[in-house]
Design a protein around this ligand. Sequence first.
Ligand code: HPA
Length: 271
Amino acid sequence: MLQALNDSIKYIKQKIGDFEPEIGIVLGTGLGGLVNEIAVQHSIMYSSIPNFPISTLEFHSGKLIFGTLKGKKVIAMQGRLHFYEGYSMQQITFPIRAMKLLGISYLLVSNAAGSLNPAFKKGDLMIINDHINLQPESPLRGLNNQDFGPRFPDMSQPYHKALIAKGLKIAQDENITCHQGVYVSVTGPNLETKAEYKYLRIIGGDAVGMSTVPEVIVANHMSLPVFAISVLTDEGFPEDLQPVSVEEIIETAAKAEPKMTKILSQLILSL
Ligand code: HPA
């Protein structure tokens, strides 16, 4: 993998010259709006980068965007990769390793998720303070490269405490309803049954989604501080479960997106 990463980085560096990114951002489903805040300097299609996996969903455009946001040099992944698309966990997390090797000091992640907590309503935001991984494997399975990180990385605080506190403070100052809670990651692509939503709540989840955790595990492996935030796009409350469509999820995410963009951009300003 190291050779593959080195080839990708060599190509990216040829394109971006002396641009030195400080912050990496992964934008979730329906949440690409933050990109409009970036003064873009370089934009590279995943498909043109050697060894980069290509995003298959039509609503993900699959680009690495380099530029400045609130005066900070950022890389944004427009289009994230999901396990349900058929990629391996190593492929999904390859861009995270690449961004770390390009020099980022923070990783910010957004996603769309279903609420499991009856107090967290559709359209609200939730800063992730812990997770439960229900995806079938870890991206760290296989030989460990000690240069990246330890064989058995600690996960006692996978989301950076000070960043969570900053995010909550920004939300409060901006009058944005923003909870904190536990994100459960499942494979998807199907949504959950009533019994599954009930189970996910019982085991300690506040929100459920199909992404984020592989990236967060790899970031922790490389000692990269993480901030992650969910837009709650539907309510997985088993007593009164309504059918959900991906169109509705995207529509709700798009509506809540400006609030999330505000929190992320203020957070970036503070880093
Ligand atoms: N379940 C799983 N993934 C999701 C959901 C959900 O209810 N909403 C958005 N992503």
